[in-house]
Design a protein around this ligand. Structure first.
Ligand code: INI
Length: 158
């Protein structure tokens, strides 16, 4: 009996190049996401030569810079990490919504994976939980997704 062919990406960093796009807003939380992303890339074989970190002021500013990075064709994937915390801002929906929509548009339009490690939470406690606390580290998760997506795209192209 035939079984369907399964095509998926592995998590090997091999000769790939990554950029971690990190916002400075809520820096304390975001730096923990950056550490999580770096840790995951290194654990899967990336050397620091394969990784750049680019910082922007806030999550809203990410799509502009992500587009520039993607069009530069220097990186195989972009790992976006940031934190939008509702308790601190009345324009939460705009910042979080534009960031998410903008990043997914960049990814779809350029073909460069943009992994979404931007926290959108009700309060600081929830953000800390997701940045290396009891709910894991979303920066680490985003880096793993970036690895998988790049390797999947390579397999689909082969
Ligand atoms: N940026 C964030 O990354 N997180 C936030 O919680 C936030 N708040 O609270 O407003 C935030 N605002 C700044 C925004 O991302 C831009 O940097 C700013 O509007 C300039 O374009």
């Amino acid at each position: 009996m035939d079984t369907p062919r399964v095509i998926e990406g592995d998590l090997q960093a091999r000769d790939l190049r990554f950029v971690i796009l990190a916002s400075r807003f809520n820096e304390f939380v975001v730096e923990a996401l950056v550490r999580g992303a770096l840790d995951t890339l290194r654990r899967h074989g990336a050397s620091d030569k394969q990784i750049d970190i680019v910082r922007v002021p806030g999550a809203y500013d990410m799509p502009l810079v992500a587009r520039r990075l993607a069009l530069g064709r220097r990186y195989d994937a972009i790992i976006a990490v940031g934190a939008v915390i509702r308790g601190q801002t009345s324009h939460y929906e705009h910042v979080a919504g534009e960031c998410a929509a903008g990043l997914s548009r960049v990814s779809a339009e350029t073909g460069v994976p943009v992994a979404f490690g931007v926290l959108t939470t009700e309060n600081t406690e929830q953000a800390i939980d997701r940045a290396g606390g009891k709910a894991g580290n979303k920066g680490s998760d985003a880096a793993a997704s970036a690895l998988e997506l790049v390797n999947l795209l390579r397999r689909l192209e082969a």
